[in-house]
Design a protein around this ligand. Structure first.
Ligand code: SF4
Length: 443
């Protein structure tokens, strides 16, 4: 869901991170600096051919990996706990860092596996401190160059939010969304979803004893630099529910990455049949990409509405497990000039949401090349917000972030797009889709 970035408060369960005072001072300085947007290359190792990375795996998957190299069953649970600590709490990049793991096992792990992260192809830093990474996942075969996705970090003084992707591209075609113009390549695995947080923490120095890059804007409240996760990047998370739920189990594990499930928000365009499962199994916060209060308009803006209309969607919201005033659903509403921004729309929105513990995020539309919509005028947004607010709903208007690097809501779109033409050509020649990435070079 490339919609809005709902940024909850800071994670009180977060493990402490040791960061020097000078680094924090530098970070504070960056708050006031009008830094230029820059782009730079980052270097990370990628898994050697034949070796798979353990980074991002669930406990069960790690257990299987240990079994595969002959670790006796009676030891596996303890060994998984050791690996878990080193990978997810300390951010280890080398098995030799694992000082409480015996040398023979370290050697065996090294022979069979890596701790490689997905490759950071490029990093862009907005003048407001927002960072966008183009991340290339490990190759899945000889003809696969690796799928590319984008991941965005939005720092504030008291929290840091990471917007992650759940799919490469998207099957849905929400007409206001840039990502929606890119066809689906594939679902991300749970490990690939988790790895986005690992990469982000590497890049901003969010591990014990690490420091952020010089001049980086990171939260200055003494907590973690990444305190919140929103599934609002590329793709529809509830079209990849298995992997999203598995990834959330890793992200929220208190012995590792330790993000509170209340600080993880999954945003859906309205995949009604999967909503209850998300609440029951992942127990995260829910956001709905609503954007219209009439079915005829939502059919156009969010075409999945033709399958699950507004009434069905709101019924599923009312039944969302754990829903309460303390766990309200966020309804995202992008403000489109002359399309969905009238007083009548605002009043209908209030009527529709009656009885649902809700928060409404009004999102000024972020134009992208080729988009057919304009952002509502500021006075209109204020008027709309006032009607909603007077009805008793919090209705914050999102400050667009990262506009200069196309990282704001609805603007995510990876270099994969540039490979489309090549994909078509190869399909015509009878070459499988996996070949696209072997030859495409972001041209
Ligand atoms: S097209 Fe719709 S579902 Fe897909 S990423 Fe964009 S807003 Fe989300």
């Amino acid at each position: 869901m490339a919609t809005a970035l709902d940024i909850a408060k800071h994670n009180t369960n977060a493990a402490p991170v040791s960061v020097s005072d000078s680094a924090r001072a530098a970070a504070r300085d960056a708050l006031s600096r009008d830094a230029l947007s820059i782009e730079k290359k980052a270097e990370f190792t990628v898994a050697a051919a034949g070796q798979s990375s353990l980074v991002g795996l669930t406990r069960d998957e790690l257990k299987d990996k240990l079994a595969a190299i002959g670790v006796p069953e009676r030891e596996q649970k303890m060994r998984v706990a050791q690996l878990w600590h080193w990978i997810y709490f300390r951010g280890a990049k080398d098995f030799d860092e694992m000082t409480n793991v015996g040398k023979p096992l370290r050697a065996a792990l090294k022979d069979a596996y890596t701790l490689a992260r997905p490759q950071v192809v490029s990093e862009q830093v907005s003048k407001d401190g927002t960072r966008k990474w183009l991340i290339r996942m490990a190759s899945t075969g000889p003809l696969d160059k690796g799928a590319e996705i984008e991941c965005v970090y939005i720092p504030e003084t008291d929290r840091g939010t990471l917007c992650v992707s759940s799919q490469v591209g998207c099957t849905l075609t929400c007409s206001f969304c840039h990502t929606g113009t890119q066809r689906l390549v594939r679902n991300l695995t749970s490990a690939e979803i988790v790895a986005q947080l690992i990469v982000a923490r590497d890049c901003i120095g969010d591990w014990p004893d690490a420091t952020p890059p010089e001049g980086a804007f990171v939260p200055t409240d003494g907590g973690r630099f990444v305190s919140n996760i929103v599934f609002m990047g590329m793709g529809e998370p509830l079209y990849n529910t298995d992997n999203v739920v598995a990834a959330i189990s890793v992200l929220s594990d208190n012995e590792g990455l330790g993000l509170s499930r209340r600080r993880i928000t999954v945003s859906t365009s309205g995949v009604v049949p999967q909503m209850e499962r998300l609440g029951a199994e992942a127990n995260t916060m829910l956001a709905i990409s609503l954007h219209a209060v009439r079915d005829d308009l939502r059919d156009v803006l969010v075409p999945i509405n033709r399958k699950y209309d507004i009434a069905q969607l709101l019924d599923a919201c009312r039944a969302y497990p754990g829903l309460s005033n303390a766990r309200r659903i966020t309804f995202e509403y992008v403000m489109l000039k002359g399309v969905n921004d009238s007083d009548a729309d605002a009043r209908e929105l209030v009527r529709l949401l009656k009885g649902i513990p809700a928060k409404i995020n009004l999102i000024p539309f972020n134009p992208w090349p080729g988009s057919k919509y304009e952002c509502s005028d500021w006075e209109r947004i204020e008027r709309f917000s006032e009607i909603v607010f007077r009805a008793g709903y919090a209705s914050p208007v999102r400050t667009p972030r990262g506009r200069d690097i196309l990282a704001a809501c609805g603007q995510l779109k990876s270099e994969t797009e540039k490979l489309r033409a090549r994909a078509r050509m190869m399909a015509e020649q009878g070459i499988g889709a996996e070949g696209v990435y072997a030859v495409g070079n972001g041209e």
